[in-house]
Design a protein around this ligand. Structure first.
Ligand SMILES: NC(=O)c1ccc[n+]([C@@H]2O[C@H](COP(=O)([O-])OP(=O)(O)OC[C@H]3O[C@@H](n4cnc5c(N)ncnc54)[C@H](OP(=O)(O)O)[C@@H]3O)[C@@H](O)[C@H]2O)c1
Length: 324
């Protein structure tokens, strides 16, 4: 059986993405074949494409999709043919019409959640979940700072944090994104070009925030440390502007005993029970309306390079779907 899929033969800009026809391998034990109906676009895909997170080449791309189980291999008990499922994880190959994937990492999509909503939410929503419950477990009344607040992770995390009683200060680059972030959980907005630590001090009566959720990385890391209250937690979870440079631990002492963590989603959902528990929490807040997903861009799979260009140029907001 053949499928159209994106392949990269070298690292580089969006132009290295090539739509080709490839053979879908025979199903191995424990695998299921999924026909994709919606593919989630994520910033991590740009790191895999550029070589910031290198793997073996040639390679597929994409870490998230929803679809229908078309066939299952030996020893598969977690899903059956015809199930509507969503997944996130490696190996990267979700930019395709059909692929094989470990059945133990497929999650049934509940009624009331569409395939597109599932593909737009799983990776980003589980990220919001672990950021707010594990990296720095928020408490009602906390002030936190959230970068890229109108982005895919941003809109979901801001709404979820508000639902937990947190006052979210969002950082965004345009007025349009500011309005979107305000409508989706942010109590306050700081423009990315402003003096972010000074604005944070003003908004928190000089105290600083309990946690910074910083996905921008290189350009914002040190300023983010300046936004924290004593014993505050710096959660550096992305590299949209490039990877954070090495820094001296004394910088944490200078700012009153700060903590830094550099988390990765897949360390929080390593087993099927963990994955299902986290998805249960995500589907709960989606189901009760506390968190809504905004799918603000759609591209055909063959236009994946354009989607990457727009994501990296900060032209997108909310979640983006590639249509296979
Ligand atoms: N560690 C993990 O487990 C994990 C999991 C998921 C995602 N992430 C990270 O979370 C971040 C958000 O991911 P996402 O897929 O939801 O993307 P996104 O937030 O929708 O897009 C990235 C946003 O980052 C902001 N940004 C600031 N500086 C930028 C720059 N120099 N270049 C490009 N964008 C810049 C832009 O918002 P403004 O224009 O408003 O500034 C842009 O829209 C990414 O850094 C990603 O790597 C980490």
């Amino acid at each position: 059986m053949k499928t159209h899929a994106i392949r990269i033969n070298e690292y580089g800009g969006p132009d290295v993405l090539q739509l080709v026809e490839v053979e879908v391998p025979e199903l191995g034990p424990g695998e299921a074949r999924v026909r994709h109906t919606a593919i989630g676009l994520n910033f991590i895909d740009t790191y895999h494409r550029s070589g910031l997170y290198p793997g073996a080449l040639p390679s597929g791309l994409g870490s998230e999709a929803a679809g229908i189980v078309e066939a299952v291999g030996d020893h598969v008990t977690d899903v059956k043919v015809g199930d509507r499922v969503v997944y996130t994880g490696m190996p990267a190959d979700s930019y395709s019409e059909v692929r094989n994937f470990p059945a133990a990492r497929l999650v049934q999509i509940p009624e009331g959640v569409s395939d597109e909503q599932a593909a737009a939410t799983l990776l980003k929503g589980l990220t919001a979940w672990y950021l707010l419950h594990h990296s720095y477990p928020v408490k009602p009344g906390d002030n936190v700072l959230l970068y890229a607040a109108a982005g895919g992770v941003g809109l979901l995390a801001a709404q979820w944090a508000r639902h937990l009683g947190v006052r979210v200060i969002g950082v965004v680059s345009t007025e349009e994104k500011a309005a979107l972030a305000r409508a989706n959980g942010c109590a306050e907005i700081i423009m990315a070009n402003d003096d972010v630590p000074a604005c944070v001090r003003e908004m928190t009566a000089g105290v600083g925030v309990a946690a910074v959720y910083d996905s921008v990385g290189k350009d914002t890391f040190m300023a983010s440390l300046d936004c924290l209250r004593p014993h505050g937690v710096m959660v550096t979870f992305g590299n949209a502007s490039g990877p954070v440079a090495p820094f001296a631990p004394a910088e944490l002492a200078k700012r009153h005993s700060l903590y830094v963590t550099r988390p990765v989603l897949f360390d929080f959902v390593t087993t099927r029970p963990q994955l299902l528990e986290a998805c249960g929490k995500l589907f709960e807040v989606l189901g009760n309306g506390a968190v809504k997903v905004s799918i603000n861009q759609r591209y055909s799979l063959r236009d994946a390079a354009t989607a990457h260009r727009d994501l990296e140029a900060r032209k997108t907001s909310g979640s983006t779907i590639l249509v296979p």
